[in-house]
Design a protein around this ligand. Structure first.
Ligand SMILES: *Cc1c(COP(=O)(O)O)cnc(C)c1O
Length: 824
């Protein structure tokens, strides 16, 4: 492509050609969607050559490959990032301009492939991009949900979910690979069959099955010709509605298989950090894991006769416990299909599987009732039972007579299969996602396992890709960074450190402020267009965007807004810099307090935004449908980044890193990766507040926290809380926010009041917010701090994270790919 596509004239000609043969239209007649498709096919054409070359290099070099197994890949749009990584973004932009077409408008035509919920899915996407950019051989393994994360509408202040039909116009950056289909079996029973050689063979019978069909998506590395593959699996019935089955009177089975295939990949479960525990979810897990392992092993066997070599050629990284059935499925393949003995199969499996832990919250830990698990996956269940039997023996050997250890650590206990225990027992690596999180795992949540397998535990602090979140999302700032530190930061973010030499330079500070202002104008017009709210681009843009969850404490943020509003009304002349509080968050469809918090934010916005008496000093904006594509615009425009989770609850966070890279200052607790951000930039360049994770954990253990004391002794808190139940923000329904009030104070309602220590941290949060107000008054000092934050963000590149995974867990070698320019 390099020389060919970026022959501007050739590119233009190909776009016109594509519009003609795809739609039988001229450019004038074509819609923006049609032009998006036409442009994408030109780009895909270039990618295909590199993709082929990469595959040929795989075949030739026979490298070890990482299979990153994840229920979620929150990819975001591909066109813009593919152009950036092919290093032709500006050329294409110009070529299109010459045709009277705006590239951004064309990019906006792409549906945002949202095959994930939030941080965990976005991490998988950043990892895929970094793997390709660093030149490591990798496949992503996931599900081609027909409907991804729902589209969020706000109606009358309430969240309404709409289906996300991302495939309706056809997605240009995917390739169906029907030749790599595999059967996946569910249900039935297992028959033990004695073999002539005295061994027993286990055969699953009476099952239903589906055909798994992979769609490959190209993952383009930055400027290196490497194109890795994300394989996402679709399901089709084994045989099309067969007259055959019909004739045999198997009508019902034929219909059932059809329905199984249809339901299986229909929709992503919209829960973040919470398990639904639904049977269909377990089916989805086994479906994509089984298909991915079958494809991986088929690829391996093509040129390796000895299955014992598998650990030298493949590693399966399990993104959370969701793909943990992989352990048992690999055992099944090795035992039942390859005919290995147990010890042999176990030896291979435990050298191939590694596990990433993403949370310690009880409601997110996956446990499956034995009844569901064994009925759905009878052979897999047998294997898990045997893994458990041997593991329990091992525990008993290490702790003779300590039955409590067995109760706490067994994989199967109390009628349930505990997926984290299976993952830790079988995985050779167990990693947390930020230093604090990993320490909590070792000292608290997984203490017993750490005692038993200390060598397995390690930390891999999360990261983000600077190609999407700076180069693409914030081109003005990206060019400005390049002007001062050169362009090496694009593939080595540690180079951005050199910006710190300019932090005191007033000219550089002013340039930074100008760019931030441009980005705020861009977001202001997005808000004007989507919300019909006019915001002041000179106000502080204070942003909290992330999934709505009680532990992330959007409620703390909005309670502070309510408090500030009370203050402004009482002291109209107080020192106050106008502030725009911007929220964006999807709530799981069944999460009542989360949805009510969205309503509260919108109700507070209605009252405050329409109160002329405060002269627009506070505005509150809820941005609908927070997703990767609008996220890029939001981060670029933020002055303040809200990272205010209850300490110990946010495993890492990655939103925090995106804000930092874009020059926002963080107000945050010492939680997750915030701790490491403070280490990198210095606490004096952040606004840290609240209880430490040790303090939170101590209160949880002693159960000695009483929010009512705070309510009784702090009249500002009391006033704000009373406004939740006296109709101040909901005159037509004073009881509307009662459940939120109760979640903070009422022990009748939940087991504990204020589970997330909102009132405990309230005062400290108010003080930190006051410091922000004071600090922003000195623009230059603010700019200096922002520049220092950008300069200190080097650690948080997913390139660094991936290199650590490679060095400590995966042990991969880089490949190099060259592509001959096609002669025209
Ligand atoms: C980065 C990102 C997240 C994760 O944000 P956190 O603040 O770490 O929870 C969620 N959703 C989208 C769209 C993102 O880009």
């Amino acid at each position: 492509m390099k020389s060919k596509m970026f022959e501007k004239e050739t590119f233009k000609k190909e776009v016109v050609e594509n519009v003609k043969y795809l739609y039988r239209k001229t450019m004038d007649e074509a819609s923006e969607q049609e032009i998006f498709q036409a442009v994408s096919y030109v780009v895909k054409d270039v990618i295909i050559d590199q993709w082929l070359a990469t595959q040929q290099e795989f075949d030739k070099a026979d490298p070890k490959i990482v299979y990153y197994m994840s229920m979620e890949f929150l990819m975001g749009r591909a066109l813009g990032n593919n152009l950036i990584n092919l290093t032709v973004y500006n050329e294409v932009k110009e070529a299109l301009e010459e045709m009277g077409i705006n590239l951004n408008a064309i990019e906006d035509q792409e549906p945002d492939p949202a095959l994930g919920n939030g941080g965990l899915g976005r991490l998988a996407a950043c990892f895929m991009e970094s793997l390709a950019t660093l030149g490591y051989p990798a496949y992503g393994c996931g599900i081609r949900y027909h409907y991804g994360m729902f589209r969020q509408k706000i109606e009358n202040g309430y969240q309404v979910e709409e289906p996300d039909n991302w495939l309706q116009n056809g997605y240009p950056f995917e390739l169906k690979r029907p030749e790599y289909n595999f059967e996946v079996k569910f249900g039935g029973y297992v028959r033990a069959e004695a073999q002539p050689d005295g061994r027993t063979r286990f055969v699953q019978e009476g099952y239903q099955s589906v055909k798994a069909i992979p769609y490959d998506m190209p993952i383009v590395g930055y400027n290196n010709n490497v194109v890795n593959t994300l394989m996402i699996w679709d399901a089709e019935p084994m045989e099309c509605f067969e007259l055959d089955s019909f004739d045999k009177g198997d009508y019902h089975r034929a219909i059932e298989q059809q329905n199984l295939a249809k339901n299986l990949v229909e929709v992503l479960y919209p829960n973040d950090n919470h398990i639904a525990g639904k049977e269909l979810r377990l089916k989805q897990q086994y479906f994509f894991v089984s298909a991915s392992l079958q494809r991986a092993i088929a690829r391996f066997k093509k040129n390796h006769p000895d299955i014992h070599m598998l650990p030298e050629k493949a590693v399966f990284q399990m993104n959370d416990t969701h793909p943990t059935v992989a352990v048992a499925e690999l055992m099944r393949i090795l035992l039942d299909e390859e005919g290995l003995e147990w010890d042999d199969a176990w030896n291979i499996t435990t050298k191939c599987c590694a596990y990433t832990n993403h949370t310690i919250m009880a409601e997110a830990l996956e446990k499956w009732p034995i009844e569901i698990f064994s009925r759905l996956l009878p052979r897999i269940y047998q294997i898990v039972e045997e893994i458990n039997r041997r593991f329990v023996l091992e525990i008993q050997q290490k702790y003779p007579g300590d039955n409590h250890k067995v109760e706490k650590m067994a994989i199967i206990y109390d009628g349930q299969v505990k997926m984290a225990h299976l993952a830790i027992c079988a995985g050779y690596s167990v990693n947390g996602v930020a230093a604090l999180h990993t320490e909590i795992l070792k000292k608290q949540e997984l203490k017993d396992f750490y005692e038993m397998f200390p060598e397995k535990f390690n930390n891999k602090t999360n990261g983000i890709t600077q190609r999407r979140f700076l180069m693409h999302g914030d081109p003005l700032l990206a060019d400005w960074v390049t002007k001062y530190v050169g362009k090496d930061w694009i593939t080595d973010l540690s180079r951005i450190k050199r910006l710190e030499f300019y932090a005191d330079d007033e000219k550089v500070q002013q340039e930074f402020l100008n760019i931030k202002y441009q980005n705020k104008l861009r977001l202001a017009s997005y808000i004007e267009e989507h919300n019909g709210i006019e915001v002041n681009p000179r106000s502080i843009f204070d942003v909290q965007v992330k999934r709505l969850h009680e532990y992330k404490r959007q409620l703390l943020n909005i309670l502070h807004v309510m408090y500030l509003y009370n203050e402004l009304k009482e002291h109209p002349d107080m020192e106050f810099i106008p502030r725009t509080f911007i929220f964006g968050a999807k709530a799981a469809a069944g999460y009542r307090n989360a949805k009510l918090t969205i309503k509260l934010i919108n109700s507070v916005a209605d009252v405050i935004n329409n109160d002329k008496s405060i002269n627009g000093k506070i505005k509150v904006v809820f941005i609908e449908d927070y997703k990767v594509s609008n996220a890029e615009i939001i981060f670029a425009a933020a002055d303040v980044s809200e990272q205010i989770s209850t300490a110990s609850k946010e495993a890492s966070g990655t939103g925090n890193m995106k804000f930092m890279l874009n020059g926002a200052l963080t107000i945050g607790t010492m939680d997750g990766a915030n701790v490491e951000m403070a280490e990198e930039v210095g606490k004096e360049n952040m606004f840290i507040f609240g209880m430490s994770s040790d303090e939170v954990i101590a209160h949880e253990q002693k159960r000695d926290y009483d929010p009512m004391q705070i309510f009784n002794n702090d009249q500002d808190v009391r006033k704000v809380l009373m406004q939740l139940i006296n109709g101040f923000y909901s005159p037509n329904d004073p009881e509307l926010f009662r459940d939120l009030y109760n979640s903070l104070l009422n022990t009748q309602c939940t087991q504990y009041a204020d589970t997330y220590f909102i009132l405990a941290d309230f005062r400290s949060y108010v003080e930190a917010q006051k410091k922000i107000n004071a600090a922003y008054a000195d623009e230059k000092e603010w700019a200096r701090k922002a520049i220092l934050n950008i300069a200190a963000s080097g650690k948080f590149s997913s390139d660094r994270t991936i290199q650590e995974y490679v060095d400590d867990i995966w042990h991969l070698n880089k490949i190099t790919v060259t592509v001959d320019d096609k002669a025209e």
